[in-house]
Design a protein around this ligand. Structure first.
Ligand code: NAD
Length: 472
């Protein structure tokens, strides 16, 4: 009897062992096969695959990492027009030609592995090396306003830093996001890198985004979006890099080059129909140069509403009865908004301008559309005070046109934004016509600023006591 039991137990144990082996093998195959080019149905599968890929990435060394990033940039650049078109068609927001520019920026001016340099201290007590280590698997929540560009930027940064990424696509941009992730996987595998370094979910839901946030194998969250997602990510209990909303004011004083200011403001506020968080969202101008500025803006493609009835009509159109932003007009061309008001214009019109008081809803809230309220100010003190209040503490972006260094310094100190652009369009603050690298994820709420690979690393201090102190 005892003998029989032993045989049965052995047989059952063997069966369990075989099943477990099959199970592990199939998980491994799924994780290695790219789960259909980096696209997964379930959060668990996606995270597991990215977890395996990240471990493999670390075994390949820095040089290979550099090659993978080169491959990613190359495949991205070969698909810019396609992705820009897909993004406009799928989201119904922004402008194709500007999306092309944004893609070039993200692919060419996002830093790579050169951004991660060690720090060394040497002295009588030896040598200390401070190295940058990856977090592991990052969960990335991406916006509808730059779904493709954000994935390219985040993927380059995260991989350069030695991480892998699970993307939570925006529901309004899942086709575009899927295409980008497939291209990234193709580039990685063609360079001999591990599949699934960047993965995404086929279906985009808030439930899935929240599963990603809670997953125990996700050690870093990168959120790019509005106030809702900032709140959710900041209360997740995990390390979070948050790139949130803004409401950038432009301050123009009497010393500014007014023709240039008019042109720059129209170009900045009409770029992508003003869906970018950094775009000029309201203008505060000194009374004595206000008429000249408005006339320069009109010369450069702005449509001026002067009749109060028209301004009220516009306000009603772009807000809901509950006093919120009417999503129907987010990212639409100025002509679409004007045509809906019964004013027929062509697409040459870049932005709608109108004068209002500082407490107007389109001044105080972030409206991601080509409408630009103008407020006259009596002096620079009033301008700075109002601009700080309007920016709303996002500490995102502010712009100033002036030749008075004292005024610029005072405004920069008072508003203390992550980006402060002087005498240029807002987009020069992200390397588009201004110096410096670019970022599609500008982390104001958590303070990292324009993200780059080093943003996505943790530091380790390695100390060798009484050795390699060669100068001593
Ligand atoms: P959104 O907040 O609607 O969506 C962003 C992402 O968050 C989406 O993937 C969405 O599914 C997800 N999300 C939203 N609420 C969530 C929740 N409670 N839990 C989990 N996931 C949630 O943003 P959007 O309209 O696509 O993008 C525009 C906003 O993003 C604007 O406010 C803009 O200023 C901001 N933005 C900021 C930056 C930056 O770098 N700071 C860059 C781009 C966009």
């Amino acid at each position: 009897m005892a003998m029989e039991t032993e045989v049965i137990v052995k047989a059952i144990t063997e069966q369990i062992r075989q099943r477990l082996n099959q199970c592990n093998a199939s998980q491994d195959i799924k994780a290695q096969s790219g789960g259909n080019n980096g696209i997964f149905e379930e959060v668990d599968e996606a995270v597991e695959a990215a977890f395996v890929a990240q471990k493999k990435l670390l075994q390949l060394g820095l040089e290979k990492r550099g090659k993978i990033i080169e491959g990613i940039r190359k495949i991205g650049l070969a698909n810019v027009e396609l992705l820009a078109r897909m993004e406009v068609e799928e989201t119904g927001m922004g402008r194709y030609e500007h999306k092309v520019q944004k893609h070039h920026l993200a692919l060419e001016k996002t830093p790579g592995i050169e951004d991660i340099q060690p720090q060394v201290f040497t002295g009588d007590n030896g040598i200390t090396l401070v190295e940058s280590l990856p977090y592991g698997v990052a969960g990335c929540i991406t916006p509808s306003t730059a779904p493709s560009e954000t994935v390219w930027h985040n993927a380059i940064c995260l991989i350069a830093a030695g991480n892998s990424a699970v993307i939570s696509p925006h529901p309004a941009a899942k086709k575009t996001t899927t295409k980008v992730v497939e291209l990234i996987n193709q580039a990685i595998t063609e360079c001999g890198g591990p599949p699934n370094l960047v993965v995404s979910l086929r279906e985009a839901t808030l439930q899935k985004a929240s599963e990603i946030m809670k997953h125990p194998k996700i050690s870093l969250l990168v959120a790019t979006g509005g106030p809702g997602v900032m709140k959710a990510v900041l209360s997740s209990g995990k390390k979070a890099i948050c790139a949130g909303p803004g409401n950038p004011p432009v301050l123009v004083d009497e010393t500014a080059d007014i023709p240039k200011a008019g042109r720059d403001i129209v170009n900045g506020a009409s770029f992508e129909n003003d869906i970018n968080c950094i775009g000029e969202k309201e203008v505060l101008v000194m009374e004595e140069v206000a008429d000249q500025l408005i006339s320069e803006m009109v010369k450069n493609g702005a449509y001026l509403l002067t009749d109060k009835k028209d301004i009220d009509k516009l306000t009603k159109l772009v807000t809901t009865p509950e006093g919120e932003v009417n999503k129907e007009f987010i990212g639409k061309n100025a002509s679409v908004i004007l045509n809906a008001m019964g004013i027929n214009v062509t697409d040459d019109i870049k932005v709608i301008i109108y004068e209002v008081a500082a407490d107007h809803i389109t001044v105080m809230e972030e409206f991601l559309m080509p409408i630009l309220p103008i407020i006259r100010i009596k002096n620079i003190d009033e301008g700075i005070e109002l601009a700080v209040c309007i920016e709303g503490g996002h500490r995102h972006t502010a712009i100033m046109h002036s030749k008075n260094v004292d005024n610029m310094t005072r405004f920069a100190r008072a508003i203390s934004t992550t980006i402060f652009v002087k005498n240029g369009p807002s987009y020069s603050g992200v390397g588009n016509g201004g110096e410096g690298y670019t970022a599609m994820t500008i982390a104001g709420p958590t303070g990292e600023g324009l993200t780059s690979p080093r943003t996505f690393t943790r530091t380790q201090r390695c100390v060798l006591v009484d050795g390699f102190n060669l100068r001593s």
